[in-house]
Design a protein around this ligand. Sequence first.
Ligand SMILES: C[S@@+](CC[C@H](N)C(=O)[O-])C[C@H]1O[C@@H](n2cnc3c(N)ncnc32)[C@H](O)[C@@H]1O
Length: 304
Amino acid sequence: MRKLTSIVSYPERGEGGNNRYRGNCSPKLIEDLIGFFKPQEICDYMCGSGTTRDAAQKCGIKSHIYDLHSGFDLLNSEIRERPQFIFWHPPYWDIIKYSDVMYKASEVESKYGYDPRKFDLSRIQDWDKFVEVMNYAMMKQFAALEKGGRMAVLMGDIKKKGKLYSMLSEIIKPGTAENILIKAQYNCFSDNTQYSGSFIPILHEYVLIVRKDNPLMIPIITTKKLELDIRDMHGATWRDIVAAVLEDEGRSVPLSVLYEKIEPYKKARQNQWWKEKVRQTLQLYPEHFESTQRGMWQLKRAVA
Ligand SMILES: C[S@@+](CC[C@H](N)C(=O)[O-])C[C@H]1O[C@@H](n2cnc3c(N)ncnc32)[C@H](O)[C@@H]1O
């Protein structure tokens, strides 16, 4: 019996599910979760190739598995169980598409009467929309749990055009956060991709484990996206603000421009001597600010 630790690694995938179903996971992870938490049953509402069913069978427990490809849409279908343990392995945003790639949408439509492409999380193009839908699916599953029940959510990070899209960071976290496991990733889709020097290949995924301790009151951790002006921001010093204005201007400017760009903001409104502060700051940091002629200032470029 393997011991479950905060880092899990399964170089040999193991038997169960289908390793040709893209984005499938190792049954060993699910076996280890079952072995550790000892649920009597396990549910998986995005079961893909059925890895959870096979892992449960091996561990001698019952499973309830569903997927969009076989008549169950987590966004609109009813969850019939009150699960004790849910294993959830959502799509990695749009990196691997499922409907009409792993299975034919037309076949699902003729069999179950809906076009799966409309509800497939992997077909949501916009990241923020994906996060919104993922979070709805998270809360729907969490709401169905019995008291003491758990969800283990297997997720990855996605990097596109130099930007990180982290499912773990942005997923809503209801209940008691119990563990975050790091799972080493093998044979992943991106292994054959040649990256430029500035890309750190992602070789791990995460398993977030949350527990429902209270049936009525659910603590929630959620992310909020904001854009703040540095001139209104707590923690920004006069040096940061003067440097930011000069950096934004990208040229030598008269003091009047600095005043004009700073006056309307909190930093200036909270200090009646703000003009003096601007002038003092320019003098205090000769390593950052230089005067090109009387009353004209620019940011000193860092030496390359
Ligand atoms: C990463 S795969 C799961 C792989 C699975 N753990 C395995 O080992 O084969 C994600 C699955 O989510 C399913 N899916 C996407 N949107 C869904 C929805 N709205 N309702 C139910 N399943 C959905 C896809 O069809 C796909 O099979």
